[in-house]
Design a protein around this ligand. Structure first.
Ligand SMILES: Nc1nc2c(ncn2[C@@H]2O[C@H](COP(=O)(O)OP(=O)(O)OP(=O)(O)O)[C@@H](O)[C@H]2O)c(=O)[nH]1
Length: 268
């Protein structure tokens, strides 16, 4: 397998896995630096990753506190890019808040890490996500908008997570998530998840419908009730917890979909 670029001297290491017979994913460590931020200092590690034999690659990064290397039960957030909330400050989702929450959590409860993946829009990409938002303005929810575009609900790929954990020698993790699919997919890849840390953000008027859809249609856990394996940490003080779907806006009226005249390109 060819390398994906030129790593810095003396820092190169890579993990190669045969996920499916004859299909290799390669995750290559490139470099590490120390990053001061508003919430403290983090170790920032850069990787390159391909799961299609080098035809395409992404650049996962790891935001880290302390020395989690070779540890067990490490708190880990697997976070997918959300340009709209993280860069532009959009209020339509809870992604930026979850990232900030995770950064705070690993400062206070380190060593820990956030694996940040370039999988905008649950893997469909930014342009397609914008198209999905346009359909949500017409009344579709986040799931039906993807489907109306002929795109999957969620096509995120997590083999880089397994490879990065292996690169760091981390044997097991406590995953910061509300998403059962994420736990399942990671476990199927061989990641040992010993507990879940809820990662729940307070709902507000612009993301209430989105959070309700995540709970109702994608089975996200939106409270830190009995199914929580580690409910010891919760980001807010329970004033104004997310409303239950029954008290949120009713299901939207199906809209007239516009004729599709632009090309929307899904993930190959
Ligand atoms: N297609 C699509 N993607 C969205 C939308 N809103 C946010 N996203 C993307 O959703 C991803 C985050 O997924 P979520 O379902 O919010 O949460 P999760 O990561 O699955 O679960 P948690 O670990 O609990 O946060 C990011 O890649 C965002 O860019 C939307 O309306 N449509």
């Amino acid at each position: 397998m060819q390398g994906l670029g030129t790593p810095l001297p003396n820092q190169h290491s890579e993990v190669v896995q045969e996920s499916l017979p004859g299909t290799y994913d390669v995750t290559e460590f490139v470099a590490e630096t120390l990053l001061p931020t508003r919430t403290g200092k983090y170790r920032l590690r850069g990787y390159r990753h391909t799961f299609d034999g080098g035809r395409t690659y992404t650049e996962p990064s790891v935001i880290m506190t302390g020395r989690p290397e070779n540890g067990s039960e490490i708190p880990v957030r697997v976070h997918d890019a959300c340009f709209t909330s993280e860069v532009l400050g959009s209020l339509k989702c809870d992604c930026a808040g979850q990232l900030q929450m995770a950064m705070g959590y690993i400062q206070e409860n380190g060593p820990g890490l956030i694996i940040y993946l370039q999988q905008e829009g649950r893997g469909i990409g930014l342009a397609n996500k914008i198209a999905a938002y346009a359909l949500q303005e017409e009344g579709l929810d986040t799931v039906d908008a993807n489907r109306a575009l002929g795109l999957p609900d969620d096509c995120r790929e997590y083999s880089s997570v397994r490879n990065i954990l292996q690169n760091l020698g981390i044997r097991s993790i406590r995953l910061m998530t509300n998403n059962p699919r994420k736990i399942k997919v990671l476990e199927e890849l061989g990641v040992v998840v010993t507990a879940r840390i809820p990662c729940i953000m307070k709902a507000q008027e612009h993301n209430m419908g989105y959070l309700a859809t995540k709970q109702a249609r994608m089975s996200h856990w939106m409270d830190d009730g009995p199914d929580s394996l580690d409910g010891s940490y919760c980001f807010w003080n329970h004033d104004g917890e997310p409303l239950k779907p029954s008290v949120l806006k009713g299901p939207p009226t199906p809209p007239q979909l516009p004729n599709s005249n632009g090309k929307l390109i899904g993930r190959p």
